[in-house]
Design a protein around this ligand. Structure first.
Ligand code: AMP
Length: 120
């Protein structure tokens, strides 16, 4: 869990519209935007507006309803952009490829190459 004094993450800065992103879905607590370095024809980051939870395990333990909302938004993004067929990736920890420590899912879709197991 981030401390209250933590610097805003890059995703919090997108939520605050301090840096630009192509936003594809938004609810009161969740936001989805195109990944700046797409690894698939459709590659959308879905994240909580709050940076309280660093990864999916923390979010599941701390606010399961918010995790369910994040996954619902991911499904709607996939319905709209890749016929509801998609891979959902949560990287947890540096060695697993996590670079932004603000819980988020990668929605990957659209003719994925076989073996595309990670977003990075
Ligand atoms: P992860 O490596 O799982 O932490 O995922 C972080 C993702 O955020 C990477 O796929 C980055 O390409 C993406 N990303 C970083 N900065 C931005 C940005 N300004 N706009 C959109 N996506 C970003």
């Amino acid at each position: 869990m981030a401390s209250p004094a933590a610097e805003p993450t890059i995703f919090s800065r997108i939520v605050a519209r301090e840096i630009p992103a192509t936003i594809v879905a938004e609810t009161d607590q969740v936001i989805a935007f195109n990944d700046i370095h797409p690894q698939a024809p459709v590659h959308v980051v879905v994240t909580t507006k709050s940076q309280r939870y660093r990864n999916v395990g923390e979010l599941a333990a701390g606010d399961p309803a918010l995790l369910a909302e994040l996954i619902a938004v991911a499904g709607r993004v996939a319905d709209e952009h890749c016929n509801g067929e998609y891979r959902l990736v949560f990287n947890t920890g540096e060695s697993a490829g996590q670079t932004v420590f603000h819980v988020h899912a990668h929605v990957l879709g659209g003719d994925l190459e076989e073996g595309t197991l990670a977003a990075q």
